[in-house]
Design a protein around this ligand. Structure first.
Ligand code: OAD
Length: 237
């Protein structure tokens, strides 16, 4: 494998599937169990806040029953070891709202779709770590108003830190997409952005995704197998 210096990694629900978290678009996945417009849009929240707060309270609580898998741990190892040689940089961007990258040992994770263990105050826009429930309308730790919502990016809202992500995509020499269907923009467009800027593009997924043809290279298999194999290769290179 060629030696790369600036790597951007994008992860999606597939990396957490073997940890026991449902993906969105598989048979029986989250979007078969719930209507997107009910639980993942500002309009759904305005219509029925209890339904939405309860949905995210349950997902937050369910994190206690899952653990990171070898794919999360391999990426944490890459974060520790890859930048040891001068001139090397790594950015890990996830669409996932779970905390399995952090629990697998990654220290710097960019959660572009927000995080279950974070609250966003609709009044003062504070974002604060949150482990409890929201259905009981707890006060915002800063302004005390009882208008907290999950700090999760819903459809129609702008993902976090897009400027920083695009900057990294402009200068990376390797873009790797792991366990994502390529169905949701802007993340689905990262491969084209990186490719247009001259990066090699690699997809690691269980099956060919909607965007597979956009990548230079696709490796198929469960994340717990293909991710550690790839990390081993990069660190040996
Ligand atoms: P999806 O459910 O759309 O796609 C998950 C992908 O992971 C699929 O391509 C599966 O084939 C693959 N997969 C499943 N199990 C795997 C495994 N063990 N190893 C490797 N790959 C596996 O989830 P995302 O692409 O993450 O956004 O969805 C993107 C966004 O859509 C989410 O962040 C969420 C959702 O609506 C918002 O809620 C804003």
């Amino acid at each position: 494998m060629s030696e790369y210096h600036r790597i951007v990694i994008l992860t999606g629900a597939g990396i957490s599937a073997e940890s026991g978290i449902d993906t969105f678009r598989s048979a029986g996945g989250l979007w078969e169990q719930h209507r997107v417009e009910d639980v993942a849009t500002p309009e759904g929240f305005a219509r029925n806040p209890d339904l939405v707060l309860n949905f995210y309270d349950m997902r937050r609580a369910a994190l206690a029953n899952v653990a990171p898998n070898p794919a999360h741990m391999a990426l944490a190892r890459l974060e520790r070891e890859f930048p040891r040689k001068p001139g090397r940089e790594l950015l890990l961007v996830t669409q996932n709202v779970d905390d399995l990258h952090e629990r697998g040992g990654s220290a710097r994770v960019l959660h572009m779709h927000g995080a279950l263990k974070s609250a966003l105050c609709s009044t003062c826009e504070t974002r604060a770590p949150w482990l409890g429930t929201m259905i009981d309308r707890p006060p915002c730790p800063v302004c005390q108003s009882r208008s907290l919502r999950p700090d999760v990016v819903w459809f129609g809202e702008m993902p976090y830190q897009m400027g920083r992500i695009y900057q990294a995509l402009e200068t990376c020499d390797l873009f790797v997409s792991i366990g994502t269907s390529g169905a949701v923009y802007p993340a689905a467009g990262f491969v084209q952005e990186a490719r247009a800027n001259g990066a090699h593009t690699l997809e690691l997924n269980l099956e060919p995704s909607e965007g597979s043809r956009l990548f230079h290279e696709t490796r198929l298999g469960p994340a717990s197998v293909v991710v550690p194999e790839w990390v081993e290769e990069v660190l040996a290179g």
